[in-house]
Design a protein around this ligand. Structure first.
Ligand SMILES: NC(=O)c1ccc[n+]([C@@H]2O[C@H](COP(=O)([O-])OP(=O)(O)OC[C@H]3O[C@@H](n4cnc5c(N)ncnc54)[C@H](OP(=O)(O)O)[C@@H]3O)[C@@H](O)[C@H]2O)c1
Length: 252
């Protein structure tokens, strides 16, 4: 049975990935949904009567979750043809002024969990499979006041490019999506709402369109996908401008 694993499926972009996956990858018949809020996952599962859905309530900041997943993978040996590393968090605040646990949670979830999920899953993927990593426009240039978050997303984009090359011989495509701000729980959780002029000024991306474009980009085997013309231009600008100059204008 062809299986998709989606992290952060209980809200925002992850939930939208689950809703739209069958539009572009109808051959996938089993979904493993991962997040901490099981009730939300179960609610989403009810909207997918044609699919076999497993709701896995796991905290991906807890390494014991990786042990549980590894055991499940080893026992069931699923045919994973899609991994969507979507779970992520981003907190506003200068280093030295925000709790250490808050700053390091971004590393645990955005980096460690993403690497662990990918490393555990690849052995169960065959030719024609896809990995989608949710990065951000924050990966294009460091963003003061969200330095840890932007650095974590720079890792995600760089990791994607390296992994895509590494997995080419296995026929597995790897895609990073780099959206701009979206109106999801992310903004309140990260203490961003009302506290960032940049987030108040920037154009917002529509989650539904971001997901539709990302799934198409993955199907086409693209490595980096940036939704919205405005952010495509920003990506080019960030590439051609010295980072020490860019960073002066990139504070959140
Ligand atoms: N919103 C934006 O402005 C924006 C812009 C660019 C990129 N992104 C990226 O888009 C991705 C999705 O974010 P979103 O905007 O959809 O945010 P969101 O609405 O806050 O959703 C985050 C998801 O991650 C899950 N999650 C959080 N902590 C977790 C943990 N410890 N273990 C397991 N799952 C966890 C949440 O589920 P539970 O709480 O139930 O665990 C939720 O399903 C992230 O990687 C984010 O960095 C967001």
């Amino acid at each position: 049975m062809k299986t998709a694993i989606i992290t952060g499926a209980s809200a925002g972009l992850g939930q939208e990935f689950v809703r739209q996956l069958a539009d572009v990858f109808p051959e996938i018949d089993c979904y493993w949904l991962i997040a901490r809020r099981k009730d939300r996952l179960e609610e989403l599962a009810q909207a997918l009567p044609d699919k076999q859905v497993e709701c896995l309530a796991l905290d991906l900041c807890d390494t014991m979750s990786f042990v549980a997943l590894q055991e499940k993978l080893t026992a069931e040996r699923p045919d994973v043809c899609m991994l969507i590393n979507n779970a992520g968090c981003g907190y506003l605040g200068n280093l030295g002024e925000v709790d250490t646990s808050t700053q390091t949670r971004m590393i645990d979830l955005n980096l460690r969990a993403l690497v662990a999920m990918t490393n555990m899953t690849i052995p169960f993927m065959g030719p024609g499979s896809n990995i989608i990593n949710v990065s951000s426009i924050a990966s294009f240039c460091p963003n003061p006041r969200m330095t840890v978050y932007s650095s974590s997303k720079a890792f995600v984009s760089s990791f994607t490019v390296g992994l895509a090359e590494e997995l080419k011989p296995k026929g597995i495509a790897v895609t990073a999506v780099c959206p701009g701000p979206m109106k999801t729980e992310f903004l309140d959780i990260g203490n961003i709402t009302g506290n960032s002029k940049t987030f108040q000024t920037l154009p917002y991306c529509d989650q539904v369109r971001v997901v539709a474009g990302t799934l198409r980009a993955a199907k086409a085997g693209r490595t980096i996908y940036t939704p919205k013309l405005f952010y495509k231009a920003y990506r080019v600008l960030a590439k051609v401008t010295p980072v020490k100059l860019m960073v002066k204008f990139a504070a959140t």
